[in-house]
Design a protein around this ligand. Structure first.
Ligand code: GTP
Ligand code: MG
Length: 178
């Protein structure tokens, strides 16, 4: 009855998107789930929003429930309440915005405070398509990820670079670590 439906899965995981306002969390999720890029006028996320996607990894059907959070400061107390329910966190900065990168340490501090101790964390340098406006080098992202022992990739919600791979990598990690 439920074959190939949203109820047909073996594992359920909750993935949360975090990072400063405007780094591209909503665009990344939209690109991953629906395949299109939201360009033009930016609409800030209010509170939290989620989308589901089922992926198959080595014959296991994994239902990803992906929570898109608001980066704006005034919504932080709302989003903190959801951290502990996340199995994995995708923490984004914008490679064209140095401040969003500098804020990553503060984000990791909040994660340590509110999330589960064994949460899977992946740092993502988004907007990697923006060649000349780049303000954060790939090596700097890599170095920070090594310091905190988290996964790292550069992504682009516009070109699609590493978008599927980022979600699949955390899903695979969650499947195999049990
Ligand atoms: P909040 O909801 O306020 O936390 O912001 P957000 O992180 O969800 O940002 P959002 O996805 O709405 O993107 C902000 C702006 O960046 C939009 O104008 C997007 O078009 C643009 N953008 C997002 N991802 C990319 C990308 O990979 N490349 C480029 N060039 N622009 C991007
Ligand atoms: Mg958003």
């Amino acid at each position: 009855l439920f074959k190939n439906s949203e109820f047909d899965f073996d594992i359920f995981v909750r993935i949360m998107l975090l990072g400063d306002s405007g780094v591209g969390k909503t665009c990344l999720l939209t690109k991953y789930r629906d395949g299109n890029f939201l360009s033009g006028n930016y609409i800030a996320t209010v509170g939290v929003d989620f989308k589901n996607k089922i992926v198959t990894i080595d014959q296991t059907r994994i239902k990803l429930q992906i929570w898109d959070t608001a980066g704006q400061e005034r919504f932080r107390s709302i989003t903190h309440a959801y951290y502990r329910d996340a199995h994995a966190l995708l923490l984004l900065y914008d490679v064209t915005n140095k401040t969003s990168f500098d804020n990553i340490r503060a984000w990791l501090g909040e994660i340590r405070e509110y999330a589960q101790g064994d949460v899977v964390i992946m740092l993502l340098g988004n907007k990697a398509d923006c060649g000349i406006q780049r303000a954060v080098r790939r090596e700097d992202g890599e170095r920070l990820s090594r310091e905190y022992n988290v996964f790292f990739m550069e992504t682009s919600a516009k070109s699609g670079q590493n978008v599927d791979l980022a979600f699949l990598t955390v899903a695979r990690e969650l499947k195999y670590r049990q």
